[in-house]
Write a protein that binds this ligand. Sequence first.
Ligand code: NAI
Length: 344
Amino acid sequence: MKIAFFDTKPYDKPSFDKSGEKNGIKFKYFETKLNEDTVELASGYDGVCAFVNDTVNAKVIDRLYEMNVKFVALRCAGYNNIDVKHAFGKVHIFRVPAYSPYAVAEHAMAMLLTCVRRIHKAYIRTRDFNFSLNGMTGFDLYGKTVGVIGTGRIGRVFIDICKGFSMNILAYDKFPPKENRDDAVKYVGLDELFSHSDIISLHCPLTEDTYHVINKDTLAKCKKGVVIINTSRGALVDAEALLAAIKDRQVGAACLDVYEEESEFFFEDLSGHIMKDDILARLISMPNVIVTSHQAFLTEEALINIAQTTVENIVSFTENGYCTNEICYRCGATSENCKNGKCF
Ligand code: NAI
């Protein structure tokens, strides 16, 4: 079986080669992203392996279908870059629903601690033998209130980490658990979460509902000095509104692993180039903003799990004609009623 692997990075290959070899799957690695201009590269392959910033829109899907490419195996959890509706009946879409929620949740906490304890500043100062503490005052997380939006796999792990710091936890989820068995977590409406949280961490998917959930109006409802953490998807945050709120001191700090327009920049070495995106450049220039380039998933454990599940998805589909991790437009990607691709 031959799979065209798009947007390849050096750290992808070892785990995919290992998992692929065991199962008779040969990956052809392309550095380019999948989009309308590059889709022809998939000609002659049984399937495609894609990542977060590949474009799988209607045109790409139609061309894959014409070329008899049977599936797109996403090596990520989020699928906001896929036209799932258009793919139905043409190209099967699989994803890796979970690979290490710990990787992302721990990264969110790492960014938060870095930001509030000024570790990013201290690292640079002490390397220059500058041992001054001026401007380094942080604040305790103990006793602070964190608002978690989206309490699925990653949100739950992040909550557990916050519990270790004895933080108060407010949570909002569009589909909250029927019974909240965790006394340490209080489910509230979004408005209450915004107005009572010292820190807000986003762990919901990007959907029509959640697009720009952090915007000018919602930021105005927040406590002055609120810290915003986004390790989920860039477009959950209106970056322009965030920048304005940072300038106004309404937002005290921002930890961003994702950015609305990241597909043009993230994962690439642009150090010798002129940064075209003024908002990203201005955010990065702020002393109270930390940007990492969609790095939260990147642990050894996660890479192994991603490769294994992607390969298992392909094998399951090939051998059984369906895959439990299929994203099915008709019965819903994560619905318990999902017929595992059989309604395709
Ligand atoms: P999950 O599916 O386990 O949890 C998502 C939660 O969000 C669910 O509880 C769901 O009910 C809730 N939700 C759905 N719509 C909502 C809405 N409108 N408002 C509030 N909550 C809503 O997903 P998981 O594994 O926890 O991942 C969360 C997100 O993290 C993914 O969608 C993905 O975008 C992002 N992610 C980021 C990574 C990174 O490297 N930065 C890596 C992996 C995931």
